[in-house]
Design a protein around this ligand. Structure first.
Ligand code: SAM
Length: 243
């Protein structure tokens, strides 16, 4: 059986600095932007000629933080509560024989400077540092299949959670937005509305203080019934940065 050797053509720089909190699929957090930095020699303008005519692109990437020796024929999708098993090929799990991801995202902009190009993407589900294997234009006539059946994943996952900011977090968020991340509040609200907790904790009273890293900010939050309260937005500790 042949094996193939693929080289990344680029890398994703995204707001998601850890896996916890990343949406399950693209398009669920529209406030998330990412940059796809192309490596030379793939970053030449000629290789992207006419791509600007497409509103969306498919990004083929490596689940580089899900590399494991071997694979299992079944997985436990979070949306089924983390107990029920389905075939790995009936899932979009990162843990698969070839850890390859596929996401259709908004192509916001193509930026070329001194002959080197990068893409601005919106709504991705990529961990920061994700290696990219390929980019393809999204072809609505071929890729949009409104009559397709979605099996056990027919609907977008709805958590029913509302997100509020405590007084301190409100002030801190306004400061971060002024300084660096203009749509930070919207990003946090959209990420937390999906309730990123592990499936077995959802629907239960939860006394835990949760932390999630977006950009270089540690977002602290608690759960009260069907409400998530953001309690603080702390700068990432220096020791974590150098790790
Ligand atoms: N849309 C893609 C697909 O269908 O192939 C990815 C779906 S997968 C369920 C999305 C999850 O993959 C994210 O919530 C995150 O936990 C994980 N993920 C994203 N980038 C990753 C990476 N570079 N390495 C490992 N896991 C990653």
């Amino acid at each position: 059986m042949c094996s193939y050797d693929f080289q990344p053509i680029g890398i994703i720089h995204s707001c998601y600095r850890e896996k916890f909190g990343i949406p399950r699929q693209p398009g669920l957090v529209t406030a998330a932007s990412a940059t796809l930095e192309l490596y030379a020699p793939y970053d030449c303008p000629e290789a992207l000629a006419e791509l600007q005519g497409f509103s969306h692109v498919w990004v083929v990437f490596v689940f580089h933080q899900a590399l494991r020796d071997g694979w299992k024929p079944t997985v436990r999708p979070p949306r089924l509560g983390g107990n029920q098993r389905v075939g790995v090929f009936a899932s979009r799990s990162p843990f698969r024989p070839n850890p390859i991801g596929l996401s259709a995202v908004v192509l916001e902009d193509i930026q070329c400077r001194n002959g080197h190009c990068q893409l601005k993407l919106q709504g991705g589900d990529f961990l920061d540092g994700t290696p990219v294997l390929d980019i393809k234009p999204y072809l609505p006539y071929a890729d949009a299949l409104p009559d397709a059946l979605g099996g056990f994943a027919a609907q977008s996952p709805e958590s029913g959670m509302t997100v509020v900011f405590g007084e301190l977090a409100t002030a801190q968020c306004a400061m971060w937005e002024r300084a660096q991340y203009p749509n930070l509040r919207q990003l946090i609200e959209q990420v937390l509305q999906a309730d990123p907790r592990p499936a077995y904790r959802i629907g239960r009273e939860d006394k835990q203080l949760f932390g999630m890293r977006l950009y270089d900010i540690d977002v602290k939050w608690i759960v009260r019934g069907n409400q998530i309260e953001v309690t603080a937005l702390l700068p990432q500790k220096m020791e974590d940065k150098v790790r």
